[in-house]
Ligand binder design. Structure first.
Ligand SMILES: *[C@@H]1O[C@H](CO)[C@@H](O)[C@H](O)[C@H]1NC(C)=O
Ligand SMILES: *[C@@H]1O[C@H](CO)[C@@H](O)[C@H](O)[C@H]1NC(C)=O
Length: 556
């Protein structure tokens, strides 16, 4: 063989190997993970400890008020907060709450007067956010935020709106439109908002005493869901009850989750009520999924011995409506404490944020988990989890994630320190806002994406009625049997739990063509207030797992 031929063959072989290598690499990048991260704002001035999406596509965000200056001032000089009880700063001219305008990608400072640290809340049937409690001078306060379109709205506070102090409590909206406020530090009881003559005091909840681990607690921010029978599923520590809050009786006691490890603050895992849909036979079953947390002893170990133990990698799933309910355990690809669980419009669950060792609490989390995971409830066990592309921003203690109307997930916060600390610490206080876009927002999905034509956003829908939804889909793309309609309640999110989060898959689904690439789908709206408490929901048409942009509907 001539030398030149040999060299040519050699070069050809190298080239082929390079092509093979490159194509493998492309497969790794595109097939192993999905989703995309975008930095929305690099400094919103506060760390997003609490978030709630309102029905005008603005997100109310707030932190604590009692640590001194935040990084955002009021635009008009002279607007300040005077709080004689504030230990750090009695005359504070910075904001501790902001309103984020999703479409403008901008923020506006808001004025909170009393301390909102580790508080709770839920949106009322008219879309008003009712937030309750906090610490110190804020622990009995009810705060009202009524959405507005002209940037004139701000917090209003009711000084002694609560019967008890509520710090690390959980709220849920009830079928009658009131809220229940459950537990909180050293509060083994619940109360309601608004108060009525027959419900103006706190009622004992012994389950919160029974699940309180000495000194460590492990039952704060209990996971509360309204069951389809109108009772409340309450999970605290490592077990749950079904509770009739009207008769004040425990209707059912669920078995302890296998393994027995705690899942609530400071062992902070997360939980969701899985998408509600009609089962064969016409009944609606309800399932709860609890994921991650920190093993027993993890808090003491991190705090007193600087030993950060591996977080829990297990999830427990239970059909709460079963006669004989049992937990089924599954293993996540990544161990996670302080993760957030977000219901996506296509009825999948996003598990995002958190750490892989340590616990919740000041400076007790390490090794941030940067990759979200998507859980697909309908797939066979063993093939439900899918790891997503990582963020570059650690989201530890006091981070949050909420679904937006366009299908993105807004992610913010992370401040494991008592004050705002930007230098000389392992995990600086984070003031950014990011968005995680699941793969259904990639341009390759646009050929499948439905667009809702009617009803228009802000429409009122009733219970158990036929609802005709008109939508378009790019020409020739429709797979008729792969269209669903979902309704998602916007949650109040803090400390890795989204209160009031709920997704309904509407039944029906007859599709008729009404023009070129235009269709109408007929569905039935939720039959009762137990299934869907009154209020605003995001409604999506989902085609082959790709959701439309949502529209707001109000059910009443
Ligand atoms: C936080 O800052 C305040 C002043 O704003 C200071 O008095 C306090 O010692 C700081 N606390 C910690 C734990 O760093
Ligand atoms: C926040 O404010 C502090 C004090 O005013 C300043 O030193 C720091 O650079 C600011 N940090 C950010 C991220 O804006």
């Amino acid at each position: 063989m001539k030398k030149t031929t040999f060299i040519l063959l050699y070069l050809l072989r190298q080239l082929l190997m390079l092509v093979v290598l490159l194509s493998c690499r492309r497969n790794i990048l595109t097939d192993a993970a999905g989703g995309k991260w975008d930095l929305l704002l690099s400094n919103i001035g506060i760390s997003a400890m609490h978030m709630q999406l309102l029905n005008n596509d603005k997100v109310v965000i707030f932190d604590r008020t009692d640590f001194g200056r935040s990084n955002i001032s009021f635009p008009i000089n002279g607007i300040c907060r005077d709080d004689p009880n504030d230990a750090a700063l009695k005359h504070d001219c910075t904001a501790h709450s902001v309103e984020y305008d999703v479409s403008a990608n901008s923020i506006r400072p808001l004025m909170i007067l009393t301390d909102t640290w580790c508080s709770s809340g839920a949106a009322m049937p008219d879309g008003t956010l009712i937030q309750t409690g906090g610490d110190k001078d804020g622990d009995h306060v009810v705060r009202i935020y009524k959405p507005c379109s002209d940037n004139s709205c701000d917090w209003k506070e009711i000084k002694n709106g609560l019967a008890q102090r509520r710090w690390y409590a959980t709220n849920h909206i009830l079928p009658d439109g009131r809220q229940i406020i459950i537990g909180g530090r050293r509060e083994f009881n619940y109360e309601f908002y608004p108060k009525t003559p027959i419900a103006d005091k706190p009622y004992n909840l012994p389950f919160l005493v029974q699940t309180n681990d000495r000194k460590i607690e492990n039952n704060l921010y209990p996971f509360v869901f309204l069951n389809v029978d109108g009772n409340l599923f309450i999970f605290a520590n490592n077990r749950a009850i079904l509770f009739d809050y009207i008769k004040r009786v425990v209707v059912k006691t669920y078995p302890t989750m296998p393994g027995g490890d705690p899942r609530n603050y400071p062992s902070t895992g997360s939980a969701v009520l899985l998408p509600l849909k009609k089962l064969q036979g016409g009944t609606i079953g309800a399932e709860v999924l609890v994921c991650g947390g920190a093993p027993k002893g993890a808090y003491d170990s991190a705090k007193h011995r600087s030993n950060f133990v591996t977080a829990l990698s297990t999830c427990g799933r239970i059909q709460i409506t079963d006669l004989n309910p049992q937990w089924t355990m599954e293993t996540m690809p990544l161990a996670r404490v302080m993760g957030d669980m977000v219901l996506l419009p296509n009825a999948k669950v996003l598990i995002i944020n958190g750490a892989s060792i340590g616990t919740a609490g000041w400076d007790l989390g390490r090794n941030p988990v940067l990759s979200p995971v998507i859980y697909q409830p309908g797939k066979p066990s063993g093939s439900r989890f899918e790891v997503q592309n990582p963020s570059s921003t650690p989201r530890l203690y006091h981070s949050t994630a909420v679904l937006l109307r366009d299908g993105r997930v807004l992610v913010g916060g992370s401040n494991p320190h008592f004050n705002y600390s930007f230098t000389g610490v392992l995990f600086p206080t984070d003031l950014t806002l990011e968005a995680f876009s699941p793969s259904y927002l990639e341009s390759t999905s646009s050929r499948l994406r439905p667009k809702i034509g009617s009803p228009t956003s802000q429409s009122i829908i009733g219970y158990g009625r036929q609802l005709a939804i008109r939508f378009t889909i790019p020409p020739g793309r429709l797979s008729k049997n792969l269209v669903t309609v979902t309704m998602v309640a916007p949650s109040f999110t803090t400390h890795s739990f989204s209160m009031n989060q709920r997704l309904l898959v509407l039944s029906g689904g007859n599709i008729t063509p009404i023009g070129l690439s235009k269709y109408q789908i007929l569905v039935t709206t939720p039959a009762s207030r137990n299934l869907a408490p009154p209020g605003y929901y995001l409604l999506f048409v989902v085609h082959q797992d790709v959701p439309s942009e949502g529209i707001w509907v109000q059910i009443k």
